[in-house]
Design a protein around this ligand. Structure first.
Ligand code: MRU
Length: 346
């Protein structure tokens, strides 16, 4: 199952705003389409945003003509527009920087070759993302016991990555053998990625799941109904702080209080080693109407109410039991162990 398709040089995506009511595939034909799909969360989830943006650069680069100087100028404009879509997920910046360095290192080549080079970088990264999901699932499944009840937040499955997912990928892998595991999913207000997308995915895979409202999590933990929590990540710092969907920090604090393991699952492309501790300035602030309305249509509040709508929060590393990556599971102390695992693989 996939949320984007690149076929015959054309880019298609499943419009996630409409799920689970309608399954509508759209074609992204230009930078403008791509930018708006990412900004509006038609395409979302940290790893998927990166891969999709990479294909958008390629599609747009087919329109770069005249001279190499012009090619570079247009590439620069395209990369800037994409970088301005969503600030928190580092995967986006990571792939765009990869494309930029590949092009700049090959400026002696002709325009056709440069366009093909962009596609090569994107396809390779796409394949790596699919494989990263498989590896995360294989490592993560070791943390799951036969009768575990797992709580997850937001959506970190095949709608958020190029493969089966990160946190949800672990659950999918576990369910293949452990048919008694149970999954709770919280709604994930304001845009309901848990209620709309994660439940839709779990149902597609026939995995039993129960939906709860975000404010029910503490009560479930108090009743010993949750054995572990697994979430994805949009950016992980060198010292192990995690930016993820708003509400992740709530769960981490609650897990700490109730002594429940709190796991984060993410590929290496979600790490930002340039930053030691994530600042709040990296958190995307979104349109107040996302809180005032449902489905971008019906107001559920007085229209003029003031709203604060941070799309992500930052969970400090001390609240995280382990980080499951595509290269292995990282345990505290994160400062040392993140450095070591990266040194081993790069
Ligand atoms: O705003 P979204 O829906 O793009 O936020 C997505 C999340 O926060 C996910 O948990 C995260 O990207 C990890 S996806 C593998």
């Amino acid at each position: 199952m996939q949320a984007i398709k690149f076929k015959n040089n054309r880019l298609f995506y499943l419009d996630q705003r409409l799920l689970p009511i309608k399954e509508v595939w759209r074609e992204c034909k230009s930078l403008k389409d791509g930018v708006s799909a990412i900004k509006n969360l038609e395409v979302r989830g940290a790893p998927l945003i990166g891969i999709f943006a990479g294909y958008v650069v390629y599609i747009e680069s087919k329109k770069f003509f005249f001279s190499k100087k012009n090619f570079l100028r247009q590439l620069d404009r395209t990369l800037k527009s994409l970088k301005n879509t969503r600030p928190t997920a580092v995967n986006l910046f990571w792939i765009l920087e990869k494309i930029e360095s590949a092009v700049k290192a090959n400026m002696d080549k002709d325009i056709d070759t440069l366009q093909n080079l962009i596609l090569e970088v994107v396809k390779k990264t796409h394949l790596e993302d699919i494989n990263s999901c498989k590896r995360i699932a294989n490592f993560g499944v070791r943390l799951i016991n036969e009768t575990d009840t797992i709580l997850t937040h937001c959506n970190s499955g095949f709608l958020a990555t190029s493969g089966e997912g990160t946190a949800l990928g672990i659950i999918y892998q576990a369910y293949k053998k452990l048919k008694n595991i149970k999954v709770y999913v919280d709604e994930t207000r304001p845009l309901l990625q848990g209620a709309r997308l994660t439940i839709w995915e779990l149902q597609k895979k026939h995995i039993p799941c129960i939906l709860i409202c975000d404010d029910m999590a503490a009560y479930l933990m108090k009743q010993s109904k949750i054995d572990k929590i697994i979430v994805g990540a949009d950016r992980i710092s060198a010292y192990g702080d995690v930016a993820n969907k708003i509400g992740t920090y709530n769960l981490a604090v609650l897990a700490n209080y109730h002594k429940i393991p709190f796991y984060v699952a993410a590929p290496f492309s979600s790490f930002d080693l340039k930053i030691k501790n994530l600042p709040d300035t990296l958190v995307e602030q979104r349109d107040p109407n996302e809180v005032r309305k449902v489905f971008n249509k019906i107001y559920i509040t007085p229209k003029d109410v003031k709203v604060y709508n941070p799309a992500f929060d930052i969970t400090p590393s001390r609240l995280i039991t382990a980080i499951v990556t595509d290269k292995g599971i990282i345990y505290p102390p994160y400062k040392k162990n993140i450095k070591n695992i990266f040194a081993k693989f790069f």
